[in-house]
Design a protein around this ligand. Sequence first.
Ligand code: SF4
Length: 210
Amino acid sequence: MPETAALILDRLEAAYPDARVELDYTTPLELLVATILSAQCTDKRVNAVTHTLFRDYPDARSFAEEDPEIFQEAIRSTGFFRQKTKSVQACCARLVEEHGGEVPADLDLLTTLPGVGRKTASVVMAVAFGQPAIAVDTHCRRVSQRLGLTFSKNPDIIERDLAALYPEERWSTISRIFIWHGRYTCKSRRPLCEKCAVPDLCPFYQDSGA
Ligand code: SF4
């Protein structure tokens, strides 16, 4: 099974040489804020908002100290703007109080920040800090299930299953490639199996009788 898992990732990596995180950012703080804003929202919409947001709020203190009503308006178009305002401002306040305004490069510390779940923390660790971390979002979960790399629906267990199948140095690649594959090929409703690089290794495809 680890050999098949490795082959799957090899082929998908070759199929998507330009796969990347599509949120715009230049610092770990910007990626953290953009990832919080991306819940239930497209990356394109988030990028349209953060284009000016990151200019107006250059550090954690400026996010934390803004009037919540003004901040809500600034991020309104990303949806769930009241909850996202609370999350971003509480998270940034904690960064100021306990981490000198910096984002800690530590998965466990990141998950203690208000509004930061394990998926968001893993994105920041893997993408901003280049550390081994697996971010299991809805795409990564679906792709992992269809490819038979996990039998669980629970993101924490899926993360554990993937971590057991792949060496640490490939962890950050897994989520980048699986998220891209899920977004553009292995789509939720109608997967584009005819364009897929791994149908011969895919139990979901084989079971579909194609
Ligand atoms: S063969 Fe189809 S279902 Fe399987 S991974 Fe590829 S796109 Fe997804």
